[in-house]
Design a protein around this ligand. Structure first.
Ligand code: FEO
Ligand code: CA
Ligand code: CA
Ligand code: CA
Length: 633
């Protein structure tokens, strides 16, 4: 067996390798699981044949799955396995910006062999592009983009095997993550970053932030540098994105745990130790993934055990004001936030749907206390309100359970800091890794990508919660993933109950004839696995991006590289639209204000993308347009 270098793994895979969850199983649990599995599998075979998906829940009454949709303006692209981007005939693509490209004219020169040094590394476009949103501020097109993590072998090419060796190495890595705000403009030669625009800004691992909500000022958030527990530095592992109705950007702190470590044996109090375990904060004395703690004491748990309690939140950024201090909203919970999908309830309250992307963790919803009034005060909308967690019933109904002190036996601040524990206490449904959620602007419904879960029906989550197969997560050791859709009762996103169905179960009907073949809207022509990024455009078309296995063999034969597909919410038809270069994940999607350009993120490609063989690979945002310049969203 070849030894996998941890520095070659995605952050999720690295996390799983280093923090394997308990696999103790009582014999009777195993038996019970096997029985329930058989029960659900019979249902799933029906799912696979199309009967259950089409005959139950929300899809009832829609036309047959095989019906050709007239909503697609393109012919399906074939799967691809090469090192570049492909789009359908009639469309074109170009690179807008790559890791290391300047946002300011004093940025360091980029070398194709060695990248750039630490000086000015906070003046360039960051690494590992992920969630993004576009805002038009006074006629300026502002693209706000997450930089999720770094690849030390790529970003520190001079260092031995990508091993962090100095404080400068740490600073450089810290500068390449976080969020980039940049003005972009379309000229005669296409789209480009407006270098030195007054809106341009880099937010990284040391940028000043404030904390608000129930956890702000709590003892567990106080550190040597911040005795108030309200001022933190940096935002971490910025994965998916969201946008508020009032024009601010939401960045989501996902695998924040991976930045902390310890240089000495720890003696932790029980609460802190339990939290580290549930969230996968590493307590072993070693270098970990980035070894920040070896050179920056803030990340050394033996010196600052509360620092991890200041990460794992939803962070709000005002793109219109480069001097605005980002706010970490603790009221929306601490977990591995994937993205944030906002809706406004009929009475004006603000609803935010959020997933916690780890195997067997949960889906959440925030409902504000106050109502959103355009142009009015928005300061309480993400700090005063109620956080809920989802329960999916096997009868295809569900409920949002309020995480209150009465329901959880925890104080409000503890619910905000140890949200996973609170959700476990109310018996929330463990999910197959909730990735992006998208709210349909043309119907009162929302969708969540459940990307995959090799532990489904195999072992409990990090809190010991049961992960037996159930109707919404119906396949044991789920390799392919599914997309769940729900419609809130009363056409009100603030309602506490809903109906749900599975929009698609990914699978491979060319290899399997059991539940692994997927739902009826998956066929030899549109094969994919591991749905992750998702947006719904203004016409109601569902755009699905994948972060899965791209070896194109065995269970994944015929799927090719990671890709972006479009789905018709009504007919269920799904067509492949774009393919990424080998080794990359396609993640992050937004549109220009005139909807004639699509911005798509290509994360962690391998050479030759985008600069050719021999050059360092660089995560990039590409622009996609129609040749006739018609709208693309
Ligand atoms: Fe950063 Fe769950 O994707
Ligand atoms: Ca993701
Ligand atoms: Ca993923
Ligand atoms: Ca990723």
């Amino acid at each position: 067996m070849t030894q996998v270098d941890p520095r070659d793994l995605s952050f999720d895979d690295w996390d799983e390798l280093h923090f394997p969850r308990s696999d103790e199983q009582e014999f009777d649990q195993v038996v019970e699981r096997a029985i329930s599995r058989r029960g659900f599998l019979s249902g799933i075979v029906a799912f696979g044949s199309g009967a259950a998906v089409m005959g139950t829940g929300l899809l009832k009454g829609s036309t047959a799955m095989a019906a050709q949709s007239d909503r697609f303006a393109f012919t399906q692209l074939a799967a691809q396995t090469d090192g570049t981007v492909h789009v359908p005939e009639g469309y074109n693509w170009d690179v807008l910006v790559r890791w290391g490209d300047p946002l300011f004219s004093d940025a360091p020169e980029f070398s194709a062999e060695t990248g750039h040094g630490v000086v000015g590394s906070d003046r360039v476009f960051g690494e590992n592009t992920d969630g993004m949103e576009l805002f038009n501020v006074g006629g300026h097109e502002l693209l706000v983009v997450n930089s999720e993590y770094v690849n030390t072998k790529v970003n520190l090419p001079a260092a031995q095997e990508g091993k962090v060796q100095s404080a400068d190495d740490v600073t450089l890595l810290q500068n390449l993550q976080g969020v980039s705000v940049m003005e972009v403009a379309e000229g005669e030669n296409g789209w480009a970053v407006v270098v030195d625009s007054p809106f341009n800004r880099r937010i990284h691992h040391r940028t000043e932030m404030v904390l608000d909500g129930p956890a702000a000022g709590h003892d567990l958030l106080k550190t040597e540098a911040d005795a108030t527990g309200t001022q933190s530095l940096g935002t971490f592992n910025n994965c998916g994105s969201g946008r508020t109705p009032w024009g601010t950007y939401l960045t989501c702190e996902e695998n924040f745990n991976g930045y902390f470590g310890t240089t000495a044996e720890l003696e932790l109090d029980e609460t802190v130790a339990a939290g580290f375990k549930r969230y996968g904060v590493r307590t072993k004395v070693d270098e970990g993934r980035y070894n920040y703690h070896g050179f920056d004491a803030r990340f050394d748990l033996s010196k600052n055990p509360n620092e991890p309690h200041r990460a794992g939140y939803l962070v709000e950024i005002d793109p219109a004001d480069p001097n605005a201090t980002p706010v970490k909203h603790t009221a929306l919970g601490r977990f591995k936030h994937e993205n944030a999908a906002c809706a406004v309830a009929p009475d004006g309250r603000v609803v935010v749907y959020m997933g916690d992307d780890e195997r067997g963790e949960f889906m959440y919803k925030w409902v504000s206390r106050d109502v959103y009034v355009p142009g009015g005060d928005t300061s309480t909308l993400l700090s005063e309100g109620q956080l809920f967690v989802a329960k999916f019933n096997d009868d295809m109904t569900g409920e949002w359970v309020a995480l209150t002190p009465a329901a959880t036996g925890m104080e409000a601040a503890e619910i905000a800091i140890f949200t996973r524990t609170a959700a476990s206490a109310v018996g929330a449904t463990t999910m197959d890794r909730p990735e992006w959620i998208a709210v349909n602007p043309t119907a009162i419904e929302a969708y969540c990508c459940l990307t995959n879960n090799k532990n489904r029906g195999v072992k409990p989550n990090a809190g010991g919660d049961d992960t037996s197969v159930n109707a919404v997560n119906p396949r044991e050791a789920n390799k392919y993933g599914q997309i769940v859709r729900w419609r809130p009762h009363g056409d009100n996103h603030a309602a506490s109950t809903f109906d749900w169905d599975l929009y698609v179960m990914a699978g491979n009907p060319t290899v399997h004839d059991d539940a692994r073949k997927g739902s009826a809207n998956v066929n030899a022509g549109n094969l994919f696995n591991s749905p992750d990024g998702m947006q719904i455009d203004t016409t109601g078309l569902l755009w699905i991006q994948t972060d899965g296995k791209d070896n194109n063999e065995g269970d994944f034969a015929g799927m090719g590289n990671n890709q972006m597909l479009a789905g018709d919410p009504v007919t269920g038809e799904i067509r492949r639209f774009l393919t990424g270069p080998k080794g990359s994940e396609v993640t992050g999607l937004t549109w220009s204000s005139d909807k004639r350009t699509m911005f798509v993120g290509i994360q962690h490609p391998k050479a030759p993308f985008p600069d050719g063989e021999g050059a360092l690979p660089r995560s990039s945002i590409v622009v996609v347009k129609r040749d006739d310049n018609a709208k693309v969203g």
